[in-house]
Design a protein around this ligand. Sequence first.
Ligand SMILES: N[C@@H](CCC(=O)N[C@@H](CS)C(=O)NCC(=O)O)C(=O)O
Length: 348
Amino acid sequence: MKKLVSLSFVLMLILSVALVGCKSKEATTEAKTSILDTVKKRGKLVAGVNGQLPGFGYVESDGTYTGFDIDFAKAIAAAVLGDANAIEFRPLSAQERFTAVQTGEVDVLVRNTTWTTSRDTGVGLNFAPVTFYDGQGLMVRKDSGVTSLKDLEGMRIGVETGTTTELNLADQMRKLGVNYEQVKFESADAVVAAYEQGSIDAWTTDKSGLVSRLSIMKNPSEHKILNDSLSKEPLAPAVIAGDDKWFDIVKWVVNVTIEAEELGITSKNVDEFVKSEDPVIQRLLGTDGDLGKQLGLDADFAVKVIKQVGNYGEIFERHLGKGSVFGLERGQNDLHTNGGLLYSPPFR
Ligand SMILES: N[C@@H](CCC(=O)N[C@@H](CS)C(=O)NCC(=O)O)C(=O)O
């Protein structure tokens, strides 16, 4: 009996040593293979984006990508590689996007993607700070007589598969007791084409998506976006879970754009601010402290981001604000000091 006990004790010991051994091995491999090293070695950032959403992520006729989301990819490239244009863009559909992050096909996903619990946990992503606070809306023809969700009884509503959109619609309509027919499509182009041909009565997605697609529809003045908001859609860049070094960089690059706006630093005046003696500005711009080094970046990474891409407000105005075709108000996407939700943790 004594022998048996001591034998099982030895076995347990061997097993636990083996387990501990495995764990520490895992930890070392993780530390070694950050996407940061891959991106630096490659000399290019591979960014998963939308190619069909004017204002956010759009392929122009000359093959270049422009938009609000695109600028956040540029900000990451500027911080890591010192060159906002060192990017290979991968246009991804709603359905393809998460697999592209999971398999390492893209280093970062900056594609009007809503931060939700299941995507953060089950799908294995990590979300950077929200870059655009949005909500789901619905588009109908002006002559349809529809003024609110309740008027959609018996109608055909188009949604895109693989989005939060299809789930929110079902939730809201069940709550309101409205019966409707959900029609699913594989891309934004397909859902809009069906809507314009009249084979569906309405279509729904993030309000930003509705405004964006309206700008390239055949007769924009014939359609309207209902006031109702069906959900909260905080859109944020995402990276693969388990690579803290890389995740930290993406998070703090977004924060740089917000902090710069809070401090009044723009792409035009950043050189003046580099001479500042204010310690808060010095830490952000790397003239004091070692925040860049802590992130694995150059001391002046924030200067590169601000100079080459701009602060949050500049990015917003360039693509979506009053001077753009969309003419969007800042609203929730304004700084906390102006009644919005944008707030950067301190750079220290
Ligand atoms: N924010 C929502 C919706 C994102 C989404 O994919 N929206 C569609 C509708 S505008 C889109 O961008 N489609 C463009 C495409 O499939 O290329 C989500 O993360 O699920």
